[in-house]
Design a protein around this ligand. Structure first.
Ligand SMILES: NC(=O)c1ccc[n+]([C@@H]2O[C@H](COP(=O)([O-])OP(=O)(O)OC[C@H]3O[C@@H](n4cnc5c(N)ncnc54)[C@H](OP(=O)(O)O)[C@@H]3O)[C@@H](O)[C@H]2O)c1
Length: 322
């Protein structure tokens, strides 16, 4: 199967490519990199692993782009998706995939479960892309993955994890007892490799995750494994809603510097208070569930991930982003 990955140098993209190249007998992998990035160490490392790397310009649905995509069974986008500009880029990619008769397009979702409209800016943008995909009848599979372990850990009072955690969890949302589905980011590719060859997942949304946790249980486990007492600062729904309102107004007035604050507060609401990121909500929203489709597939446990983090074995997120 010929698979093209766009965004292969990113966090999700790296996981996806590594998941695919573990089965070289199944997948011939090409990574498309923008010209300014093609010589980055990440792409050179992929070349060393047998991945073909070609340059791409996603500015328009050009003949060159369509030619690059022609013959691909699957195109997977792992592009950043926090801004309307990113939707535009992926719309172009999707339109080019349609022209190239690609067998299946995987848009850059890879997030937690959330209802389609009106809850999260990021989700709205991803749904705009899905609307475009459906409007051109492009074969697709949406893959959502829950929330990364890598973004779920609190800092330790000793400062031991100061360099390990890019975005440590500073507050517990609500009472801390809301269940949420988590994944080790490094496992995403393992699931993707199964989903994209599965005829049951064509033109469907699939929810894959490793384990279900609450913030209180994560903090308990961190305390047990680190032998440190971790302060628990709670933030209630009212405070979060007020932060969201302020950021929303700023973004609506054109202040894009507030997009990150908006997105992170909305995530806190969805994950820690509303409780959308669960297999039950996913089923309600029409998703197929990875654990039903692939009962044999095991992801890393959170406990092992924390142990590896404490042992300094986990690479810091976005460490290579420039
Ligand atoms: N579930 C979770 O907890 C979670 C957490 C974070 C992100 N996500 C989701 O994961 C998805 C990917 O995000 P990420 O954080 O993994 O991405 P990332 O690390 O920021 O990587 C983005 C990739 O897109 C490439 N790219 C950007 N613009 C491009 C263009 N015009 N042409 C070609 N390539 C371009 C970048 O390549 P260069 O090397 O050229 O920069 C990079 O490879 C998003 O949908 C995001 O919402 C989920």
């Amino acid at each position: 199967m010929k698979v093209i990955v766009v965004g292969a140098s990113g966090e999700t993209g790296t996981s996806v490519v590594h998941g695919l190249i573990k089965s070289p007998e199944n997948f011939e992998v090409t990574a498309l990199a923008r010209k300014s990035s093609v010589d980055k160490p990440e792409y050179l490392a992929l070349k060393d692993l047998g991945v073909t790397v070609s340059t791409v310009d996603l500015g328009t649905v050009s003949d060159e782009l369509v030619a690059l995509l022609t013959g691909a069974d699957v195109v997977i986008s792992c592009l950043t998706s926090g801004h309307a500009e990113h939707v535009k880029t992926q719309n172009i990619l999707a339109s080019a995939c349609k022209k190239a008769s690609v067998g299946r397009f995987v848009p850059s979702f890879f997030g937690p479960i959330c209802p389609p409209r009106g809850i999260m800016l990021l989700r709205n943008l991803k749904e705009d892309l899905l609307d475009h995909i459906k409007s051109i009848y492009l074969p697709y599979t949406v893959i959502d993955v829950g929330w990364w372990y890598q973004l779920s850990l609190p800092p330790l009072p000793s400062g031991k994890l100061a360099n390990a955690l890019t975005m440590p969890v500073q507050t517990i949302s609500g009472n801390g007892n809301t269940e949420t589905a988590l994944i080790d980011k490094r496992d995403i590719g393992k699931y993707v490799a199964r989903v994209i060859v599965d005829p049951r997942t064509l033109n469907k949304s699939v929810f894959v995750y490793n384990e279900i946790w609450t913030q209180n249980r994560i903090f308990d486990l961190m305390e047990k494994l680190s032998s440190e007492e971790i302060p628990r600062n709670h933030v209630n729904e009212q405070v979060l809603q007020s932060k969201i309102k302020t950021a929303n107004e700023a973004v609506a007035a054109g202040d894009n510097t507030q997009i990150r604050n908006l997105v992170m507060s909305q995530y806190e609401l969805v994950l820690g208070i509303r409780g959308d990121n669960s297999p039950e909500c996913a089923k309600y929203l029409g998703y197929l569930i990875g654990k039903d489709l692939y009962p044999d597939l095991q992801g890393e446990s959170l406990e092992q991930f924390i142990n590896d983090t404490l042992a300094g074995k986990i690479e810091r997120l976005y460490a290579r982003r420039r």
